[in-house]
Design a protein around this ligand. Structure first.
Ligand code: BJ8
Length: 429
């Protein structure tokens, strides 16, 4: 295994008013886990070197870019949901970073304030801010929440005490009147970004930003398509890592690096080279997002010899399957096209949300998977209940199916391992 370290930047962290001593311990632990989980894999594509470097620099290199952007007066915005239109932030020459929490380390900080029986992703994110143990949270000017699930929308009221928190209203249904509300909310979001940044967004700037984010989404679509090959040219762990990095890297550089990786994967596919042997069972994961560093399920599945070939999730295809129609420089038309694209996101916070069931079946077929693991974070009511419909659809289609509800603690790893191994045996038949 190569030597690997997540690089320390204590002075920068002091500047950001972090709990440096505590954070440094977390940095070392994360570096150790990364090394064990990622660098021990066989036959990784060479182009993964960039993403390894992104992790080595996760608490320094990219943070410096955010701090520099702030010095230049550019807005740096933290978000928690793929419904927040990052194109608008980019059009104001700003930076958008995802702040969803995927670590158990910050949960005790959150539980001093928030109820314990809510989603671990919300607690983890909130705890990062409460404990001052996330340089991204410390670097942003403000955060933009949204009214998706109850845990999130009520947490924003409390988070606002720690960092300026604005909220975008996302409707719960997709009727014509909801679309009208949504367009108004997109306009308000744009106005807020303009007010805070002191910049007016022109149609040309919005068109350019749309092109950039579409480019990032296209690169991720290309990666997803390549994973359909057998043998899979890249592990699910590496693909998930890239999908996680998509939320904090600079979008143009990121898209170029994903495309570089895809060039390498195309050669691998042509030569029938894989990260796993052709005989490895192919599994698709569907459900709630897996925020960095939540690698639990991927690690368990791939340690058992199967390969994950698709993530139907917001840190996955739900983030990049749809593009915004380009080609107009009329601001109203641009905002309408943007809204229409965001309305296609099939999050379980909507009712009804049957398009997600169709989408899961489509991705199962497209990825040439042989079984589905539905993954829901504990206390995520909408995904946990929608799981019923996904399960029924899989039963009807004869798709091997396993449902997992978990949190970030390592306590259930043994039990999950047993269930996953039994599931893989069942798929093998
Ligand atoms: S569009 S999935 S990113 S809301 S897992 S915090 S829903 S209790 S993350 Fe999400 Fe936007 Fe939907 Fe995607 Fe709540 Fe559920 Fe937790 Fe969730």
């Amino acid at each position: 295994m190569q030597d690997f370290e997540i690089k320390p930047y204590p002075e920068l962290w002091h500047e950001l008013d972090m709990d440096v001593e505590r954070f440094d311990k977390a940095r070392q632990m994360l570096g150790g886990a990364y090394s064990k989980i990622f660098l021990s894999q066989n036959n990784r594509p060479q182009a993964m070197a960039y993403f390894d470097e992104m992790i080595a620099e996760i608490f320094g290199g990219r943070i410096k870019e955010l701090v520099q952007a702030k010095k230049e007066g550019r807005p740096v915005v933290g978000t928690f949901c793929v419904y927040i239109p990052e194109e608008i932030v980019l059009a104001a020459d700003g930076i958008c970073v995802g702040l969803c929490g995927g670590s158990p380390g910050s949960i005790p900080d959150a539980e001093k304030i928030l109820p314990r029986n809510i989603c671990p992703m919300v607690k983890s994110a909130f705890g990062f801010k409460a404990g001052r143990i996330c340089p991204y949270f410390q670097a942003v000017d403000f955060v933009y929440g949204e009214t998706t699930c109850d845990a999130k929308k009520k947490t924003w009221e409390i988070l606002d005490r720690l960092v300026p928190t604005y909220v975008m209203e996302i409707p719960q249904m997709k009727k014509e009147r909801d679309r009208a509300l949504w367009i108004e909310e997109v306009k308000d979001f744009k106005a807020k970004i303009e007010e805070i940044s002191g910049k007016t967004i022109s149609p040309e700037q919005l068109a350019a930003a749309t092109k950039v984010i579409n480019g990032k989404r296209r690169a991720l679509q290309r990666l997803t398509k390549l994973r359909a090959a057998n043998p899979a040219p890249i592990s699910g762990k590496d693909a998930l890592l890239i999908e996680q990095i998509a939320f904090y890297d600079e979008p143009v550089r990121f898209a170029a690096k994903v495309n570089e990786l895809c060039d390498e994967l195309e050669v691998r596919v042509a030569k029938s080279e894989g990260a796993f042997p052709k005989s490895a069972l192919r599994v698709m994961v569907s459900g709630t997002p897996m925020a960095l560093p939540n690698w639990k399920i991927h690690n368990l599945v791939e340690s058992a010899g199967a390969v994950i070939v698709n993530e139907e999730s917001c840190i996955g295809t739900r983030y990049f399957k749809d593009l915004i129609a380009e080609g107009t420089e009329d601001l109203d038309q641009q905002l309408a096209a943007l809204t229409d694209r965001y309305m296609r996101i099939d999050c379980s916070c909507f009712t009804p949300n049957d398009e997600r069931v169709t989408q899961v079946l489509k991705e199962y077929k497209d990825s040439a998977a042989q079984g589905i693991i539905h993954y829901s974070l504990q206390f995520c009511h909408t995904y946990n209940i929608e799981e019923i419909k996904i399960r029924e659809a899989c039963q009807q289609e004869g798709i091997p199916y396993l449902s997992i509800e978990s949190d970030y603690s390592p306590d259930d790893v043994g039990q999950l391992q047993t269930r996953i191994e039994a599931f893989l045996e069942q798929v093998e038949g």
